[in-house]
Ligand binder design. Structure first.
Ligand code: COA
Length: 178
């Protein structure tokens, strides 16, 4: 994965009805560790990372890079969204921007991920007009499949990888008006 390229970064914080999308800050460190160490969050993502290793290796402030948004509810991080350029694990999508989303389990089931991802895609459509976005998820990841459909991703293909069926979807800015 690499950065998006020629976009103005960071954008001003993006406000939705209930949330703010912003750059990572030092106060997010605990929530980032919780996210990466959570067995529930990583069920379809290869398993959790050891908490003690994360505590040891994560810098005081989680890394800032172009395309990484922290999703903030009332001043506290509830998840993160990434829009990075695909360079490795999806050869069929090489060079395309890929959406990723990880939310803390206590924030699931309230429509926050859909609200935040729609805002991130809207930002993307303004920053890189006309560019599509891809998304890969396991078909067994029902919540993620539902979210992808809600956001307007259309199935491009299904394939086997990492011992499971994967779904590759594609989103184009036309989905915003549709
Ligand atoms: C994938 C993931 C982000 C989905 O989160 P989510 O909370 O289910 O997704 P949404 O924001 O779309 O919320 C949908 C749910 O909120 C409910 N909801 C409640 N209030 C709502 C509101 N005001 N507006 C919209 N939906 C609302 C919906 O009814 C729906 O519930 P349902 O799942 O019981 O049908 C989350 O499961 C996750 O972080 N998983 C782990 C990481 C992962 O696997 N990522 C995929 C990597 S490719």
């Amino acid at each position: 994965m690499t950065d998006l390229g020629p976009v103005a970064w960071p954008p001003a914080p993006i406000r939705t009805e209930r949330l703010v999308l912003r750059e990572p800050e030092a106060r997010d460190r605990r929530a980032v560790i919780d996210l990466l160490a959570s067995p529930e969050v990583s069920t379809y993502l290869g398993g959790p990372q050891p908490r003690d290793e994360l505590e040891r290796t994560m810098p005081a402030a989680p890394s800032r890079r172009s395309g990484r948004f922290i999703v903030d509810l009332d001043g506290a991080m509830i998840g993160q969204i990434t829009l990075y350029r695909e360079t490795g694990h999806l050869p069929q999508a090489a060079g395309k921007a890929e959406l990723g989303y990880l939310f803390l389990p206590q924030a699931w089931g309230r429509g926050y991920a859909a609200e935040a991802c729609a805002a991130a895609l809207n930002w993307f459509a303004g920053a890189l007009p006309g560019e599509p976005v891809v998304l890969a998820t396991q078909t067994a990841n029902v919540s993620s499949m539902r979210l992808a459909a809600k956001l307007g991703f259309i199935e491009e293909e299904r394939f086997e990888a990492y011992g499971a069926e994967q779904w590759l979807g594609i989103w184009s800015p036309a989905a915003l008006s549709g």
